[in-house]
Structure formats: structure tokens, C-alpha cells
Design a protein around this ligand. Structure first.
Ligand code: C2E
Ligand code: CA
Ligand code: CA
Ligand code: CA
Length: 275
């Protein structure tokens, strides 16, 4: 059926119309969401496995759609990237995360996801520097998470931005490591402070020798290169035991906490305690 493109197209025509309509509606809604104040950042704790203490939080965007309710980023980030809307949304994320984290105790960092399109936008450095200045957040408390998609194109320009960020004291994390086009040479060529091992490897680490070997190898590599190795998506205590004994230095996952609204984060994890 694959070779017969025309009949396939005809067969799917009504469905495609509907899809395009949905997409157009979503695009229009997306453009209204920013001025409408419909975006919200949730935060997920990142735990240091040596001290058993929270080292920081990853900011994860949510869209409180007026009619559809809460929409997860996987359902709108790709479209936002496609229509170039990720740049203003991403700027909002950076500013918001910096303001929020500036109110937290100084040893806590905040991690922000930067998509490839946003990373290549000419105003990125200015936005970051501006957000740090306006919030008073120390650059050493900001972490930028990028995926290998960012590294695929325009290597020189990418390196230049990464070096500028690091010169400011900002940390760089390689997100979703092991998926997509990840290559070990990236770790040598680009200046990362942290590798985030993708959830897909952590998920079946206790049953699948292949996943276990990958986590072990990446943790060893990170350690050898002076980088932090964060295991993502840790859901069970068995997974936690395994990633710890395999040399991961940080964990993030539902076992410790789901991503939560900032008020919940502050109430549960940051409320002042007498010592
Ligand atoms: P990511 O950067 O890999 O973020 C981790 C995702 O894993 C989050 O999904 C988080 O809720 C989920 N997660 C964390 N722990 C667990 C666990 O133990 N089990 C399971 N099943 N899931 C867990 P979320 O918040 O839906 O975000 C999905 C993706 O959307 C993110 O993946 C990131 O690529 C993108 N994203 C989120 N916020 C932003 C943003 O502000 N800007 C950009 N450019 N992308 C974002
Ligand atoms: Ca991330
Ligand atoms: Ca990730
Ligand atoms: Ca991801």
C-alpha cells in the first residue's frame, strides 16, 4: 500500500481535513495563550544521590487551555516549534524560571529546557542575560538542558553559544542521552556539565541487561569526564538501587516526586524548618 501514494491520500482525505482543522485551531489558541497567561511552569525535584538532598528543580511547561484543560508539552511543543512560536514561549519560560528560583535557597538550581529552534534564535543570549539580571538569580544556579537535535546543525555556532553560556557560569546538561542521534563524540566535542540518561533506559533497567549496560557505561563515562549523571524517570525503589550502584549521581522521577506547581513545591520541599 505504501507504493500507492495516491489512493492512500484519497482514502485519508476526510481525516486529514479534520486533522488540519484541529491543528489550525490549536495554532490560533497557542498564539493567544501567552498574552492570556495560560502557560504555567511545574517543577520536578532533582535529588543528589550522595547527600540524599534536593539539588534543584527542572522547570516543565504546562498549558492551562481555557476549554480543554491542562495540556502536556508533548501535545503542543512540536507545533510551537514548527510555527516559530517556541521562541517567545521559551523566553517566557526562562524569565519565569529565573524569577521563581531567585526566591529559593541559594544552593538550589533551576533547569530549563531549550528547544533547537530557540537555541538557534539570535536573541537567546540577550534573553538569558536579561532574565538573570532582572531576577537577580546567580548564573551558577541556572542550568540549560538541550538535546542532541541542537548539536546536529551548525556545529560552530552551537559551540560558540555553549561557550558563552559556560563563561557566564551557566551549566549545560545533555538531555535524553542515548535516544535519537546521540553520539559519544558529542560528549568530547561539546562542553557538558551533566548527562541526563533517558527514561527509556531506566524504565526496564531491572529486567533488561542491555539497558543496565548502557546506564552503567554512561555513568562511568560521565564520571571519567567530570560530569554529573542524572537518571531520569526513576519510578521504583529497585530502579533507584540499581542506578545508584551503577554510579549515577542524581535522580529524578515519580518515586521522589512528580512535577508540581510552584506553590506545592515550596510547601512540600522548601518550607522553612528549624534546624
Ligand atoms: P524532558 O525534558 O525529558 O522532561 C522529563 C519528562 O519526563 C517530563 O514530562 C516529566 O514529567 C516526565 N517524568 C519525570 N519523571 C517521570 C517518571 O518517573 N515517570 C514518567 N513516566 N515520566 C516522568 P513532561 O513534563 O510531559 O515534558 C515532556 C517534554 O516536553 C520534556 O521532556 C521536554 O522535552 C518538553 N518540555 C517540557 N517543558 C518544556 C519547556 O519549557 N520548553 C521546551 N522547549 N520543552 C519543554
Ligand atoms: Ca529536560
Ligand atoms: Ca529528558
Ligand atoms: Ca524528552
Amino acid at each position: 500500500a505504501k507504493g500507492d501514494g495516491r489512493s492512500t491520500f484519497r482514502f485519508f482525505e476526510p481525516a486529514m481535513d479534520l486533522q488540519m482543522q484541529t491543528r489550525r485551531t490549536m495554532e490560533q489558541d497557542l498564539r493567544k495563550a501567552l498574552p492570556g497567561g495560560e502557560f504555567e511552569l511545574y517543577y520536578q525535584p532533582v535529588v543528589n544521590l550522595a547527600s540524599n538532598e534536593i539539588s534543584g528543580f527542572e522547570a516543565l511547561i504546562r498549558w492551562n487551555h481555557p476549554k480543554q484543560g491542562m495540556i502536556a508539552p508533548a501535545s503542543f511543543i512540536p507545533l510551537a516549534e514548527e510555527i516559530g512560536f517556541i521562541v517567545p514561549v521559551g523566553e517566557w519560560v526562562i524569565r519565569q524560571a529565573c524569577v521563581t528560583a531567585a526566591a529559593w535557597p541559594e544552593h538550589l538550581h533551576v533547569a530549563v529546557n531549550i528547544s533547537a529552534a530557540q537555541f538557534r534564535s539570535p536573541g537567546l543570549m540577550q534573553v538569558i542575560v536579561g532574565a538573570l539580571a532582572a531576577s537577580g538569580l546567580s548564573p551558577t544556579r541556572l542550568e540549560i538542558e538541550i538535546t542532541e537535535t541542537v548539536l546536529l546543525q551548525n556545529r560552530e555556532a552551537t559551540l560558540s553559544v555553549l561557550h558563552q553560556l559556560r563563561a557566564l557560569g551557566i551549566r549545560i546538561a545533555m538531555d535524553d542521552f542515548g535516544t535519537g542521534y546521540s553520539s559519544l563524540t558529542y560528549l568530547q566535542c561539546f562542553p557538558f556539565d551533566k548527562i541526563k540518561i533517558d527514561r527509556s533506559f531506566v524504565k526496564d533497567i531491572t529486567e533488561n541487561a542491555g539497558s543496565l549496560n548502557i546506564v552503567r557505561a554512561v555513568a562511568a563515562l560521565a564520571s571519567g569526564m567530570g560530569m554529573t549523571a542524572t537518571a531520569e524517570g526513576v519510578e521504583t525503589s529497585e530502579q533507584l538501587d540499581t542506578i545508584t550502584s551503577e554510579g549515577c549521581t542524581e535522580m529524578q522521577g515519580y518515586l521522589f516526586s512528580r512535577p508540581l506547581p510552584v506553590a506545592e513545591i515550596e510547601r512540600l520541599f522548601l518550607s522553612r524548618r528549624e534546624t
